[in-house]
Design a protein around this ligand. Structure first.
Ligand SMILES: [Zn+2]
Length: 116
């Protein structure tokens, strides 16, 4: 049995209870560049060597993270509410109060047939 832990508050998420997953992709974004004749005929050897030199001082993970990083988080319902409220500066204690809507019970009721 897989036991999930909330990545927000670190509490265990009991089996068969509602949890949320958050997938975050952080990618380097570049504006489209036009390459002119001047750039094509320029000797870029020095720039490339400088880049290689800078990369040599970083770990492969650091280099990869500077271009692309994908993270997956598991959140308990309370942390999900806090995350939606403020995803950039997310703090579990900022979760808005729980509403009366029991989304967990609602979602579970969808899978049940009338004969149960
Ligand atoms: Zn949590």
């Amino acid at each position: 049995m897989v036991i999930y832990h909330c990545d927000g508050c670190a509490k265990d998420i009991p089996p068969k209870t509602l949890r949320y997953t958050v997938t975050i992709e952080v990618k380097a974004a570049y504006d489209k560049q036009e390459i002119g004749l001047a750039e094509l005929v320029q000797d870029h050897r020095k720039e490339i060597l400088n880049l290689i030199h800078r990369l040599e001082s970083q770990s492969a993970e650091e280099v990869e993270s500077s271009v692309y990083k994908r993270m997956k988080l598991d959140l308990c319902p309370s942390c999900q509410r806090a995350y939606l409220k403020n995803p950039i500066h997310f703090h579990p204690e900022q979760a808005p109060p729980h509403t009366d809507l029991d989304i967990d019970a609602f979602l579970r009721s969808l899978g049940k047939s009338d004969s149960e």
